[in-house]
Design a protein around this ligand. Structure first.
Ligand SMILES: [Zn+2]
Length: 186
């Protein structure tokens, strides 16, 4: 028995009309970083299709060391796929999306945080750092963290956005910029 049975039935419907996409650059030229919350699935919220954009999800949609490492690897891969060092000046835009009503917000409460640390073995400081109480503030901080990382390719731009659970709308909070501060032309 598995709870996957009804989902695998949905997959059967999916596979019947499926055409495999070729390996190549993401067609939306975007990489999404977002929360793992089941209410904020970027594929549905942003209408992503297969091959459009890689998506990295974790609690809060936070820019962690692991996320930065994944982005560094994906930039290298994109560079290879687009023809190596002589390829285009830009690879893709990283769109960091935080959302309202994020479950990580509970971690701002010291009592809750202490209990969570006890139960999971995670450090209280790490839990506190991962909390999204105001997504407008945390998303800007995470955009800066990524832009100032020495691991970020100069060919990757970064933007910040907030998704509102109540309305279903995504708002741009930080326009795309390159690591050296240049604005991205439309
Ligand atoms: Zn969340």
């Amino acid at each position: 028995m598995t709870k996957m049975t009804p989902l695998i039935e949905r997959n059967d419907l999916f596979a019947r009309s499926y055409t495999p996409p070729a390996l190549g650059l993401p067609t939306a030229q975007t990489l999404i970083v977002s929360c793992l919350d089941h209410r904020v699935d970027p594929a549905i919220v942003l209408g992503l299709r297969l091959g459009d954009a890689p998506v990295i999800r974790n609690a809060g949609g936070r820019v962690t060391d692991a996320v930065i490492e994944d982005i560094a690897f994906l930039a290298f891969l994109a560079e290879q796929l687009s023809g190596g060092q002589d390829a285009a000046d830009t690879l893709f835009e990283v769109a960091v999306i935080h959302h309202t009503q994020c479950g990580t917000g509970f971690l701002a409460d010291p009592g809750f945080r202490h209990q969570a640390a006890q139960a999971t073995g995670l450090a209280e400081a790490a839990l506190e750092a991962s909390a999204v109480t105001d997504p407008h503030i945390t998303v800007k901080a995470d955009v800066e963290r990524l832009l100032t990382s020495p691991m970020l390719s100069p060919k990757v731009s970064v933007s910040g956005h907030v998704y509102d659970i109540a309305t279903g709308r995504v708002t741009i909070v930080a326009d795309a910029r390159y690591p050296r501060g240049a604005e991205v032309a439309e």
